[in-house]
Design a protein around this ligand. Structure first.
Ligand code: RUQ
Ligand code: CUA
Length: 764
């Protein structure tokens, strides 16, 4: 039983330990005592030791989970299961400024459907780009089922760069999955619809409604999907489900399930039995086997039909060219997974307790010998199940998805109805182990489990229901990702992680050291387009340009001020604010939010972002930095003043809150001289060490040098004012000089600590 802190204290009191127990006495509690207090077993401790990551520790794997209906991607570490980031993809995400600055709005709006803004996504399957069948850690793809879209996330900065809309599908579940060298990203339709954007009565379902598989061409050099080089293989209205690409010997082929080859159309309201009855009536559905290499040739030869601007390989062409084949598979299947060696395709039927292993070799033999058992109503050849099956294994109820171990022939399959994971040997067709999960597992995932060489080690069970696993938080429960140790013969459950952000259908995990994300941008960078922003502004070059009907600001942010601190506009003006974050040190982010304008930018070091809006009401609109960036973060503020049309400024002096004297000025200067001495000693320490060998320190030193430069300018301004006996400005500029010194010292000390902690060597 887990005890609250209060209960623990009460317990200690009961044992005669005073309630004035000091923290040091608390931390001296023995392990035995903690186990007793929290009701933990040896097994629990072992599990804890396998996941616990001490402060500053890193995870061995990074997982990218779909965020389900949130339209985002969730990044977490394995084995700690600590959430590291939510990446805004199909949904605005204010923290990242995603959907609030002009640069990211452009990306989000690529996802408009027939001109309509869509502000969510039902993300399903993330896929990491591959080179030679291995995760290369460069890009992440994810599909949206509700609106047939795919997004490209660059893992260089974990930002969404592109959204493409499928021009012919109206729903899209079976993706994203990538081919061996990320030549293509596949997505399959789910609910059949007419390809054209027009009305077709349901009575014409068999003739006019279609499914299909789209092959999105990915250009690795530019990191974008090329819609004009992508094509779709049209398929019957069979409700295509998941897909997977072949690898190794099966490279060049892809496989897609279907779950309603009955082509049933429901209509409860008209007295027809519902879809669920009609779509599960037959004993088998069809696996679609596609020769995509051949399809690519056919596409390149121009043997396509154009619909809504997309290139479509019709079923007729697909049959004639030997591109599309069908194989029966057990009742309403769900997952289709190609084994790491590319020799087998594993299919699980939700309504059949068997998991079927198809042999790619046998499929090829049947195709070569034109040995088909029949044709479907569209003339597509059907290869018989028994000619292509390698084996079938009775694993348990409701098998769904399969992932692989580093050990040859070992696979893990989720058993939805049984709420279990089954470990089995797909070569010999033998069950090896089973473990219960909580509850109703959907997908499951092993480390690099989709690649040619899975790492094994851990498995994550993505459970559809959490029921009673966590503290209740109302009727909508968090999802439950369970971490399972698969390094031994027996699976061991280690940890339950609640995920409170939509239903994450699938997740992929990559060895963390394969990822090389940057922690700052080149200065003046537009990350959404990966190029220098034309609005990049350097320190001292800030300006506001007023033209009729428009105010355009070229500003900067640096600890701890936004330049400009006042923006003036007239009612009806369009206000455009470009801000460049001048910081170069790691994690030195500024934000920018404004009252009443739906503006929130995230300015990571080096980034340039733009906010654009029309001010239709006069008034005073404060703006400020939204990241607690420094001791004077709250002072990182300013005002947008929107004046009525034709407003004439009254002559008047600024009302000062405090008047400063010569004595105030001199006192400040004295402080500044003392501060400079501290800075000099820190600089002395840094420059006398090999600090250039430490990248984060170099960035800190660059920033500190900038700040020191600003300090020098402020110092000069205070001296000019002092010479004029303008003590007000002399004192304020002297204080600003000190502010810059403080920031210099802060960064200098961070650099010094880093050098000390990382064993820097003395060089002079
Ligand atoms: S699905 S629970 Cu959307 Cu991948 Cu299978
Ligand atoms: Cu910048 Cu707070």
């Amino acid at each position: 039983m887990i005890k609250t802190a209060k209960q623990t204290l009460a317990l200690l009191a009961g044992l005669g330990v005073g309630l004035t127990v000091s923290t040091s006495a608390m931390s001296a509690t023995s392990l035995d005592q903690v186990m007793k207090d929290r009701g933990l077993t040896q097994k629990d401790l072992l599990a804890a030791a396998k996941t616990y990551t001490p402060t500053g520790g890193r995870d061995e794997y990074l997982a990218f989970a779909s965020g389900g209906q949130s339209g985002q991607v969730i990044v977490y570490g394995i084995p700690s299961m600590r959430i590291l980031k939510y990446i805004g993809v199909f949904t605005p995400e204010p923290w990242q400024g995603y959907g609030f600055d002009e640069e990211s709005k452009k990306v989000l709006r690529m996802g408009n459907i027939q001109g309509k803004e869509i502000n969510f996504g039902d993300t399903h399957h993330p896929a990491i780009s591959e080179t030679d069948g291995e995760y290369d850690g460069r890009y992440l793809f994810i599909n949206d089922k509700a609106n047939p879209r795919v997004a490209v996330i660059d893992l260089h900065d974990f930002d969404t760069k592109q959204i493409v809309v499928n021009p012919v599908f109206k729903s899209q579940h079976g993706g994203a999955f990538v081919s061996e060298n990320t030549e293509y990203v596949i997505t399959a339709a789910q609910y059949a619809t007419p390809y054209e954007n027009k009305f077709v009565p349901l009575e014409e379902f068999n003739d006019k409604y279609r499914g299909g598989m789209t092959y999105w061409k990915f250009d690795r050099k530019i990191g974008r999907i090329q819609e004009d080089k992508s094509f779709t293989v049209m398929a019957p209205p069979y409700s295509q489900d998941l897909s997977d690409f072949g690898k190794g010997p099966s490279h060049g082929w892809s496989f897609t399930n279907s779950f309603c080859s009955e082509r049933y159309v429901g209509g409860i309201e008209k007295g027809r039995p519902p879809y669920e009855a009609g779509c599960s009536a037959k004993d088998t559905d069809f696996m679609h086997v596609v020769n995509w290499k051949k399809a690519e040739e056919v596409y390149k030869a121009g043997k396509v039909k154009k619909i809504n601007g997309a290139s479509i390989i019709t079923m007729e062409t697909a049959v004639k060219e030997g591109i599309l084949f069908l194989i029966p598979e057990p009742k309403s299947p769900h997952g289709v997974d190609v084994t790491p060696d590319g020799k087998f395709i594993i299919v699980s039927g939700k309504l059949d307790s068997h998991t079927s292993v198809y042999s790619f070799d046998k499929i090829m033999t049947a195709i070569k010998n034109k040995k088909f058992e029949s044709k479907d109503p569209y003339g597509i050849p059907i290869i018989s199940m028994k000619d292509t099956l390698h084996t079938q294994v009775e694993l348990g109820l409701g098998p769904l998805h399969t992932q692989f171990d580093s050990k040859p022939c070992v696979a893990y399959t989720s058993l939805y109805v049984d709420s279990m994971v089954g470990k089995w040997d797909y070569c010999k067709g033998k069950v090896l182990d089973k473990i219960s999960i909580h509850y109703n597992i959907g997908h499951l995932m092993t480390m690099e489990g989709d690649s040619k060489s899975p790492d094994g080690k851990y498995l994550v069970a993505l459970n559809k229901l959490a029921i009673d696993r966590f503290n209740p938080v109302g009727p909508l429960h968090p999802q439950n990702h369970q971490l399972i140790d698969i390094s031994g013969d027996k699976m061991q459950l280690l940890y339950d992680m609640p995920l409170p952000l939509g239903e994450p259908h699938y997740v992929v995990a990559i060895k963390a050291d394969k990822l090389k994300p940057v922690n700052r941008y080149k200065s003046g960078w537009n990350p959404r387009e990966d190029k220098r922003s034309p609005y990049k502004t350097r320190a001292g070059r800030e300006k506001t340009v007023k033209t009729p009907g428009k105010v355009e600001v070229f500003g900067t942010t640096i600890r701890s001020h936004i330049t400009p601190e006042t923006i003036e506009a007239e009612v009806g003006d369009e206000v455009i604010i470009h801000l460049t974050n001048l910081e170069r040190a790691q994690d030195q982010v500024h934000g920018f939010a404004m009252y009443g304008q739906n503006v929130q930018m995230s300015l990571e070091p080096g980034k340039t972002s733009t906010a654009k809006f029309v001010v239709d009401k006069e008034g005073v609109y404060p703006y400020y930095c939204t990241e607690f960036c420094s001791a004077l973060h709250l002072e990182m503020q300013g005002y947008l003043l929107v004046k009525p049309k034709g407003y004439k400024a009254k002559k008047g002096k600024m009302q000062e809150g405090v008047s400063y004297t010569q004595a105030d000025y001199e006192k400040q200067v004295k402080t500044n001289i003392e501060t400079q001495a501290v800075i000099d000693s820190v600089v002395g320490f840094i420059t006398s060490h090999n600090y250039q060998d430490f990248k984060p320190v170099v960035a800190l030193v660059e920033d500190a040098t900038d700040q020191l430069g600003f300090a020098e300018e402020a110092k000069k301004k205070s001296e000019v004012a002092a010479a004029k006996k303008d003590w007000q400005n002399a004192m304020l500029w002297a204080n600003q000089w000190w502010q810059y010194q403080v920031k210099t010292a802060d960064m200098g000390l961070r650099a010094k600590t880093y050098l000390e902690e990382h064993g820097a060597k003395k060089v002079k």
